[in-house]
Design a protein around this ligand. Structure first.
Ligand SMILES: [Zn+2]
Length: 134
């Protein structure tokens, strides 16, 4: 690409408005140029979808002897949140929620699996390497 092929474009006041790139050159390099010029549009951070409907269903059947709480803590790295749904950026990724009271998360800090087991009167946390099946 030579500078002669890329022409500056000025408005009537003589201010530089942009550059003109011949279509032939643009289309030849389109994919690469878009990645360089608009990286945020091309590469979205890959956060897997969370089973939010399972979570909502879990909440709608909440019949434990304590109010709904959304706290999560990781015993492995010490990461914790009072409300995992409100974190920005996310600290815990919801992996599963069952009506039986098991809710599991991926700790985005250390990649451990944090499982919250809801019993009638209390919650038990379990923290395991994510590769282990609970
Ligand atoms: Zn952790």
């Amino acid at each position: 690409m030579t500078t002669k092929q890329v022409q500056p474009l000025y408005n009537q006041a003589g201010q530089l408005q942009g550059v003109f790139i011949p279509a032939e050159i643009w289309f030849k390099h389109e994919n690469n140029l878009e990645k360089i010029l608009f990286p945020e549009a091309v590469s979205q951070p890959e956060i897997p979808a969370e089973p939010i409907n399972d979570w909502k269903q879990f909440l709608s059947f909440w019949d434990f002897n304590y109010p709904v709480e959304k706290g999560v803590k990781c015993d492995h790295c010490g990461c914790s949140t009072p409300d995992w749904t409100a974190d920005d950026p996310k600290r815990f990724l919801l992996k599963a929620a069952s009506l039986g009271g098991m809710v599991s998360f991926l700790c985005l800090e250390c990649q451990y699996r944090v499982t919250k087991k809801h019993f009638k009167d209390h919650v038990v946390y379990e923290c395991t390497p994510f590769t282990c099946r609970v």
